[in-house]
Ligand binder design. Structure first.
Ligand code: AMP
Length: 276
């Protein structure tokens, strides 16, 4: 992979990269289509990274279908699929990790200790293997996007990070590989994540800026249905990802809910500035 990329770079070609864990949906395909427009060649990695899963999480059950992913990737003109094994990524005696300290503390960092350390480590490795000029991420995983941008800035990594909006089903639900876990009777409850965000947007549009007012109304929507167990629902500053009481500048409302056994996340940015 490194010599392919080096060869392309020597020819003056621009490389775009989309890291994924596979089991593609339209959200992934949209990242690929957009990434392809930014470069001459598009590389997509498919790797279910063990170091970002906790011991009680769904690593072994995470959905996988390489042949289906390959067909879908071909349909959007992906040039290279990088599909490494665990042995290649974490050989015996592996012991080096990247930790972004502050922006990973809150939100998913609280309920998934070690998760972001795994994410930033695997992304740092993939960036060094693939040598892209630009890497494209979804803002559906907002904290991940912020942590990656922080790592790239802090470690002077020589690539651009682009974040793209969340792709949703027609009913508004954020697309996710984990949606396949949802049972039929849990789906209406899962839809309450986006409904709670929509209510928050409505309150914000009406001038409400008090975080606890918005959060308590949003929470009611989620708790009013069965099978939901809120992990968190918070309003945070988009740069620091610390909780805020009043929305003054750009802020994110982020929600994580267990619906049955499936943990889902979603978010909305208030007062979004045009930056990626
Ligand atoms: P994953 O395979 O879930 O690790 O996701 C790979 C990339 O796709 C990450 O940058 C995610 O943020 C992004 N992604 C996942 N779901 C969506 C979605 N519904 N809309 C946009 N991007 C997404």
């Amino acid at each position: 992979m490194q010599s392919y990329s080096e060869g392309m770079r020597l020819q003056g070609k621009r490389l775009a990269f989309v890291p994924t864990m596979g089991y593609f949906h339209e959200g992934h395909l949209n990242l690929m289509k957009e990434a392809k427009k930014m470069a001459d060649y598009l590389i997509v990695s498919i790797y279910v990274n063990p170091s970002q899963f906790g011991p009680k999480e769904d690593l072994s059950k995470y959905p996988r279908d390489f042949d289906r992913d390959l067909r879908m990737a071909q349909s959007v003109d992906v040039d290279v699929i990088f599909y490494p094994s665990d042995k290649e990524m974490y050989p015996e005696n592996y012991q080096t990790y990247v930790n972004v300290e502050e922006v990973t503390k809150n939100l998913c960092g609280l309920s998934r200790p070690g998760h972001f350390r795994g994410v930033t480590t695997v992304c740092a490795k993939l960036f060094n293997i693939i040598k892209p000029h630009v890497a494209v991420f979804g803002k559906k995983d907002f904290q991940q996007f912020i942590a990656i941008k922080r790592m790239v800035a802090d470690l002077n990594l020589d690539l651009q990070i682009v974040g793209l909006p969340t792709v949703r089903e027609t009913d508004g639900m954020a697309m996710s590989s984990r949606n396949v876990y949802l049972k039929e009777n849990e789906k209406p409850s899962a839809l309450m994540l986006v409904h709670s965000l929509k209510l928050a947007q409505k309150l914000y549009a009406g001038g409400e800026r008090n975080a606890s007012v918005i959060l308590s109304e949003a929470k009611k929507i989620i708790t009013s249905v069965p099978y939901t167990d809120i992990d968190y629902i918070k309003i945070c500053d988009t740069k620091t990802l610390t909780d805020i009481d009043e929305i003054a500048d750009e802020a994110v409302i982020a929600v994580a809910v267990k619906v049955g056994k499936t943990r889902l996340i979603d978010n909305h940015v208030f007062g979004e500035k045009l930056y990626s």
